[in-house]
Write a protein that binds this ligand. Structure first.
Ligand SMILES: Nc1nc2c(c(=O)[nH]1)N[C@H]1C(S)=C(S)[C@@H](COP(=O)(O)O)O[C@H]1N2
Ligand SMILES: [Mo]
Length: 202
């Protein structure tokens, strides 16, 4: 068991090192979107958290020097990008969807994040949590997504925001994000701490 997790951690480092920031995940035409797009979480759809838009605040913490508290109207004014990409879940399904939001690397730089730090971690409105390597956080296709298919992200897909990172597997795409932190201390993740590979490239 500890041998296997050591191999998996070695594999994480190799994948992070091999990651080419100019290598893009495939994008698709609108006709290829999977409808309806599947819902998935560690609970059933009737347990999806309902976050109140008016009182919601995104909190940034750790190695950041800029603005740490963001309201939704403030976030919605950030530069906008949209992409149609394939979400791949380790449970054996994949689906093509369209997400819109702000490029995450730009958001980190704008927030004065230390982009030489190792990790970006996420805490969610359910008990989910995740973390990614900084190079993947800065990848040009990584989005802080507020929209699904041109509409406000519905609760089931992660309102008010999810990380859409098409170079990684589904479980590395946290929904219902309430806090983002920058750190050099390995933060793990909900499934990762139960044995899934941390890097989780797709
Ligand atoms: N907060 C939160 N984010 C989460 C999960 C979760 O249970 N809670 N599940 C992950 C997994 S395993 C998958 S496959 C995707 C599913 O996203 P979808 O509902 O948009 O298809 O969300 C990911 N992010
Ligand atoms: Mo998943």
């Amino acid at each position: 068991e500890s041998f296997l997790s050591a191999v998996s951690r070695f594999n994480d480092r190799a994948q992070a090192w091999l990651l080419d920031p100019t290598q893009l995940a495939p994008t698709y035409r609108e006709a290829r979107i999977t409808r309806p797009f599947p819902f998935n979480a560690y609970y059933d759809i009737d347990q999806v958290p309902h976050v109140d838009a008016a009182t919601y605040r995104l909190q940034l913490s750790g190695l950041v020097t800029g603005k740490r508290i963001w309201t939704l109207p403030e976030l919605y004014q950030l530069p906008h990008a949209e992409q149609i990409t394939r979400h791949i879940c380790v449970e054996g399904w994949s689906a093509i969807g369209r997400w819109g939001g702000t490029p995450f690397g730009d958001f980190l730089r704008r927030s004065g994040a230390d982009t030489s730090a190792k990790y970006v971690g996420f805490k969610c409105a359910d008990d989910y949590y995740e973390s990614i390597d900084m190079r993947s956080a800065l990848h040009p296709q990584t989005l802080l997504a507020f929209e699904y298919d041109g509409e406000r992200l519905p609760a089931k897909y992660g309102f008010p925001m999810k990380l859409r990172i098409p170079i990684k597997l589904g479980y590395k795409n946290p929904k219902h994000i309430v806090e983002i932190f920058v750190t050099n201390t390995y933060p793990g993740g909900y499934w990762v701490d139960q044995g899934y590979n941390w890097f989780g490239g797709s």
